[in-house]
Design a protein around this ligand. Structure first.
Ligand SMILES: NC(=O)c1ccc[n+]([C@@H]2O[C@H](COP(=O)([O-])OP(=O)(O)OC[C@H]3O[C@@H](n4cnc5c(N)ncnc54)[C@H](OP(=O)(O)O)[C@@H]3O)[C@@H](O)[C@H]2O)c1
Length: 482
């Protein structure tokens, strides 16, 4: 099972998303499937420059940890010595070591011969967990890299103390004199600061290698910094004539099994899945990640689920509530994002119900008392056509404060179209099934269609990628705000 091509659209012409990382002879092949990458020799042929191929591997490595690093950015890094990538690492979990620190530590370990035999896999082949720290976290990984070593990082290194010490310190002390950075830190308070420190220490820094791909990788982090709201991508499955539910209320199944498997891969990479109470009531869906052709346990990761539910109608007997009520709180079990203000439940896979009801409402109390993995949060409401609805801006701001940068919207037409109308959606993954049903619900129309807008005022989408998945088509769009 390959994770979606969409994650690396700018690399699409150059690298495939299947197989292992290849750096010898041919153009680099980046693996985003969540399996371990190999560490190998940097080749010279292919359509990408040598530096681009190495950076592409760093980006692919970083993508493996989407969903577990938020609210931190996805970052990958590599150390190259004498043309060989001796360490390829990524930031794996909010609060754990940054990619460049891991890569330098891993390289020092490998070069010192402590774990460099073929029988002993590199840290990138056995991603560390909080219980089994990476070898590079051990104090023995001090020292300097050989003369001529190069460091590649997808994001400018941090230069300030956060949850971890500044990465510029370890880069300087490693002795590396050549650093390649894909993009600057999007946070204006830090942007350029790390680069300046390195240059002031005589390190040659090149910025901009694979910048477009790294910008895509960092889009959720950058949007969060700029707007304090999450990056939201909507998944829509529709028939060729535009219907997401037939006129009998059925939407199972519009697409075929391969497309549905792809949706599970999308869920796997999201920090959280946002849905509407309409879908919960209609489908009683469980919204977990089920990948049938998994190769690593990490592919079973379940993102948290968020339900937009103005009147707190989520039934206690629903499968989604029962799924969370039956789980004990076990921080870190699923590696979900949640390092925000609600830091006490960091990394837990949670069910959040966002409602307009006050905390003392009986149904709110019943749901909150069911499990520490269920949290009902009151958000602001507004009234439209005499009907109270959640204030969507406050809703997405609340979701961001929970620590979620990258959210997948999997809702029916009501919530999806409202989110689109209010410009909260950044990308759309539109699955189109080769079926005609001549009636039903269209996800892009509000139930009470507005007047509509003139074509020359249309919201502009950019087609990023298209592919056939089984019998269905997948179109991926960026949404530009006009
Ligand atoms: N084909 C697909 O891709 C796909 C995906 C998902 C679902 N579906 C289908 O869609 C159908 C359900 O669609 P639906 O439209 O009834 O449900 P929905 O979009 O999932 O949920 C809509 C509900 O969200 C709540 N909501 C809260 N604040 C809102 C706001 N500001 N704006 C809009 N909604 C807000 C409203 O209920 P309250 O006001 O009561 O809170 C609203 O009725 C099901 O048949 C399901 O199978 C299809």
């Amino acid at each position: 099972m390959n994770l979606p091509m969409v994650v690396l659209p700018q690399l699409f012409n150059h690298i495939s998303t299947s197989g292992t990382v290849s750096t010898s002879g041919t153009a680099g092949t980046a693996n985003t499937s969540g399996t371990a990458g190999t560490v190998g020799t940097v080749g010279t042929a292919g359509t990408l420059l040598r530096e681009e191929r190495i950076m592409a591997q760093c980006i692919a490595e970083a993508y493996k940890y989407r969903g577990t690093v938020s609210p931190n950015p996805c970052v990958g890094a590599a150390v190259v010595v004498d043309g060989d990538i001796v360490a390829l690492e990524a930031h794996q979990r909010c609060g754990s070591l940054h990619a460049e620190r891991l890569a330098i530590g891993s390289a020092l370990t490998r070069l010192s011969g402590m774990s460099s035999t073929s029988e002993t896999p590199s840290t990138s082949e056995t991603p560390s967990t909080p219980e089994t720290p990476s070898t590079s976290e051990t104090p023995s990984n001090t020292g300097t890299l050989p003369v001529g070593s190069e460091l590649f990082i997808t994001l400018e290194p941090c230069s300030t103390h956060g949850r971890t010490p500044p990465c510029t310190d370890i880069i300087i002390s490693s002795g590396v004199k050549r650093v390649y950075v894909a993009i600057l830190d999007p946070n204006p308070r830090h942007s350029g600061g790390g680069i300046d420190i390195l240059r002031n220490h005589g390190i040659h820094v090149s910025v901009g290698v694979m910048a477009e791909s790294a910008t895509t990788l960092l889009a959720p982090f950058a949007k969060g910094i700029a707007t304090q709201t999450p990056y939201i991508f909507a998944k829509i499955a529709q028939t060729l004539d535009g219907y997401t539910t037939d006129s009998f209320g059925t939407s199972k199944w519009i697409t075929g099994l391969p497309a549905r498997e792809h949706v599970h891969a999308l869920r796997h990479g999201a920090d959280a899945i946002l849905t509407g109470i309409g879908s919960i009531l209609a489908d009683d869906s469980i919204l977990d990640t089920r990948l049938h052709t998994t190769t690593t346990p990490a592919q079973h990761r379940n993102p948290s689920v968020i339900i937009a539910d103005t009147h707190c109608r989520t039934p206690l007997s629903s499968k989604i509530v029962q799924r969370y009520a039956s789980q004990l709180t076990n921080a870190g079990e699923n590696g979900g994002a949640n390092g925000g203000e609600n830091g006490g439940k960091a990394n837990a896979d949670m069910l959040y119900i966002l409602t307009g009801e006050p905390q003392h409402a009986p149904q709110v109390q019943k749901l909150n008392n069911l499990s520490s993995r269920i949290s009902v949060i009151t958000v602001a409401t507004e009234t439209e056509n005499n009907t109270p609805r959640l204030n969507l801006l406050h809703m997405v701001q609340t979701i961001y404060k929970l620590g979620f940068n990258n959210v997948m919207l999997e809702a029916g037409s009501t919530l999806t179209s409202a989110m689109l109308h209010e410009n909260h959606i950044d990308a759309i993954h539109m699955f189109i099934a080769p079926k005609l049903i001549f009636g039903g619900t269209n996800a892009l129309q509000t139930p009470q269609p507005p007047q509509g807008i003139k074509l020359n005022n249309a919201t502009t989408l950019q087609l990023k990628h298209s592919q056939q998945i089984g019998e269905d088509a997948l179109l991926e769009f960026n949404v530009f705000r006009v």
